[in-house]
Design a binder for this molecule. Sequence first.
Ligand SMILES: Nc1ncnc2c1ncn2[C@@H]1O[C@@H]2COP(=O)(O)O[C@H]2[C@H]1O
Ligand SMILES: [Zn+2]
Length: 494
Amino acid sequence: MACNELVNVKKTLLHSPICRLKRMLQQLEVSDVDFEELKRNLEFTASLLEALYTDGTQPPFDADDDLQLRSDVVPVEVRDWLASTFTQRVQPISRRPEEKPRFRSIVHAVQAGIFVERMFRKAYSAAMPDQPADVLNCLRDLDRWSFDVFALDAVSSGHSLKTLFIELIIKHQLNSRFKVPISCLISFLCELERGYSKHTNAYHNHTHAADVTHTVHCLLMRTGVLYSMTELEVLACLFAAAIHDYEHTGNTNNFHIYTRSELAMIYNDHSVQESHHVSAAFRILQDENTNILMNLTRPEWLELRSLVIEMVLGTDMSSHVLQVKAMRTCLQQHESIDKAKALSLILHAADISHPAKSWSLHSRWTPRLMEEFFTQGDKEAELGLAISPLCDRQNTPVAQSQIAFIEFIVEPTFSLISDMSEKIVIPLIQDTTDASPTCSRYRELQWTVADLVSFRSLWMRHTEENKSRWMAKMKNGVSDFRDESETQTGQETA
Ligand SMILES: Nc1ncnc2c1ncn2[C@@H]1O[C@@H]2COP(=O)(O)O[C@H]2[C@H]1O
Ligand SMILES: [Zn+2]
């Protein structure tokens, strides 16, 4: 963002808290105090100022950012792992020619009468009344960044993916818009959950899929990007998130390539698993009993399929560096943002989001992932292969790897998501507020800006907290990263 543009954005953002502070002072002077309103105004003002402060103090973007791993800080095993997992020598995925969908303006959306209502500000009435009380209770937190997917899995008897996906489809009114037969939806989700349990993975299972689906929903709402999307794009995002690791084998792509697995043969070593996830999921739709997309028109179906393929292939971690670099360049050069690229980045961010959540969640995901890595290491040892980085049960610096993962992968990705969303959302809001400062949308849009800016401080607070937790474990020489994790309840925000 250019400097004067940034100043304008900041001025716009500061306008509202300043007005509120003045009004609060006036109220106090005449002793006309509505404490509830005062509290709400103070909270709003504090969150905006905090977010602006955080935003202003964060380090600037590094234009030439690769992973920048300094050998004196990052242990060699961790460097090997980062380099072998998050970069690729192969050239970028081919781009679709000319016509690329761009973000439409909020003004256009308002004019077209298809403005998305601010769902999570309203009291949310659960869409599935037949659900047990515990499930309904859990789903009340659906719009929160700290939503506990493990708790949902427990109360839904291991059906977190099914429960959550149906809830989100109904909440976004996609079942009615795309005439999704509920029986198909249930059968499709049963099939999906079955596929996720095929390899009994500690991490890549239906709970992870549910987590990523929830996180995509939350990211779209918190960043305001949802406002600039069509319903078809929202459906594509939720669908892509739900299927993104379908039938995951619990191994890395490199393992498939080295062991010349069946999947590596089918997909010629390119994004081996991601290609399988998307292909196998679309196969479920070939059966009319599970074809949840049966009532889409042909152009809708083609557009959705194209988006889903691009998004799921974008979860291949070897495209991380290229993806991040391409988006950064786009932002720095003031190019318009390609929607499919933006949505792919959002799914990728959701896929690596647990270190940007509360410790109580992050500390439960990490041992699961490590166990899956170690199981692969055990297999590699049995096969007489070199053990992949981070897969050696006896000798893996877990805390260091987490700190490096957060610092070199998660924070830059979330920072980019925040910048990208500002670029998409803020100009649209400025357009609209200039046009009609008194309309009810004005308040809605102010909230969108507030959410967007406070989102940056929210995830940063969590990554900082998680890094300090790992650092403390390292300093105290705690090698058992599993302790406390299952019993945490912790204080959570937002
Ligand atoms: N905390 C973490 N530490 C290391 N790797 C991670 C962590 N979280 C996610 N990942 C990796 O990021 C990948 C994202 O795509 P997958 O879910 O297929 O597999 C995930 C893991 O390989
Ligand atoms: Zn995943």
